[in-house]
Design a protein around this ligand. Structure first.
Ligand code: EPU
Length: 337
């Protein structure tokens, strides 16, 4: 295990922010993760866990140890009608999706092409096109950062919500997710209800809707709508979609009849992208940090943006949306302070 000093993080964060970590290490085994944590503990260093860096925003140099998890391995176990797939935290999410589709297993097709690592997926309960990780997660393994012992957490113990889990909330900084186990169907249980997916399947003239067809539709939609992070540096949605009470939505609709809203249990989910658009902010920039002209929820680094450019742009968006609609947009990726 090589521990680097004063290491540039530009290549390991999707915004390509050129900040430095005092210490940086890549761990490709659970023992290596333990050793890295012990190293940090002995020097009283804070530790930042990193997967692929696709959902992290550095606001400055990191005065501690950045620990990149890169454990590998995918295993498949069958029973009569379901399969359990176990994947190590350092696998790329999309490689896991592709693996399940090759094995004709259903449940991840709507989550195609989401950037990031397997270990980061439960932290924010990744979701897209009507599906969320929590719908298919069976359980996961964690390493306790204090005791360095491993244990299993059931799905229920993870406290999943919209882009939320105990790993962001009450148990932030307590665990390292080391692997996840998914319960996938051998029979299709396909979710085509999301408008854009339905339309894309029609455009593709699909006669039989299969898991692979949905994965293809989702991949096409994402490629068309979202800026490709390998071309334009970005961390996907920069804000969460606000969830507001039905009555508040009714009042807003009286004033703004076009405001989109989607009923979800006892709340209405608003479109943060629409709110940003309506404030006339699409394309707005602070230095090289720009609101993507393709999708207003995505902020991109056009070249040499600094953390401060993103923070300023974030503040402008939040205050404009608040002034116009009285709504507070919450940042979605992890802002490292
Ligand atoms: N819209 C605009 N302007 C835009 C883009 C979209 O007004 O520039 C409006 C349109 O009315 C559109 C609606 O927003 O119909 C919804 O857009 P989209 O389907 O792209 O979904 P989203 O709500 O903006 C969420 C997730 C995405 C996920 C998509 C699809 C969050 C924070 N974001 O975006 O997740 O891919 O739904 O399910 O929930 C991510 O987390 O990084 C991410 C990309």
């Amino acid at each position: 295990m090589t521990i680097e000093r004063d290491y540039s993080l530009a290549a390991v964060n999707y915004l390509r922010l050129d900040v430095k970590a005092s210490f940086f290490v890549v761990a490709d085994s659970i023992d290596a993760i333990r050793s890295a944590l012990q190293f940090a503990h002995s020097r009283k260093l804070p530790v930042l866990l990193l997967g692929d860096g696709s959902n992290v925003v550095f606001t400055d140099d990191y005065p501690g140890l950045v620990l990149k998890i890169s454990t590998k391995g995918i295993k498949l176990m069958w029973n009569e009608s379901t399969a359990i797939v176990e994947a190590a935290a350092g696998e790329h999410w999309q490689d896991l999706v592709a693996y399940t589709l090759e094995n004709e297993l259903y449940g991840l097709e709507n989550l195609s092409l989401i950037p990031g690592s397997v270990g980061a997926a439960p932290v924010q309960n990744i979701g897209a096109y009507g599906a969320e990780l929590k719908d298919v997660l069976h359980d996961l393994r964690v390493l306790d950062r204090q005791s360095l012992s491993e244990k299993t957490l059931t799905r229920e113990a993870c406290g999943f919500g919209y882009r939320d889990s105990i790993f962001k909330g009450k148990d932030k900084d307590r665990y390292v997710v080391t692997s996840i186990r998914l319960k996938l169907a051998r029979q299709s249980r396909l979710l085509t209800g999301y408008g854009a997916v339905e339309r894309e399947l029609q455009n593709m003239r699909v006669t039989e809707v299969t898991g692979k067809a949905i994965a293809e539709a989702v991949t096409r939609i994402r490629r068309e709508r979202l800026p490709d992070p390998s071309v334009e540096a970005n961390v996907g949605s920069f804000f969460k979609n606000p969830h507001i009470p039905v009555e508040q939505y009714r009042l807003l609709r009286l004033k703004y009849p076009d405001m989109p809203g989607y009923k979800e249990r006892d709340k209405v989910k608003l479109s943060a992208a629409w709110l940003i658009d309506q404030c006339g902010l699409k394309g707005r920039n602070c230095g090289d940090a720009v609101i993507s002209p393709r999708h207003s929820l995505v902020l991109v680094n056009k070249g040499s943006a600094k953390p401060d450019d993103f923070l300023k742009l974030k503040d402008i968006i939040q205050s404009r949306v608040h002034e116009h609609y009285g709504l507070d947009l919450e940042v979605e990726p992890y802002l490292v302070n």
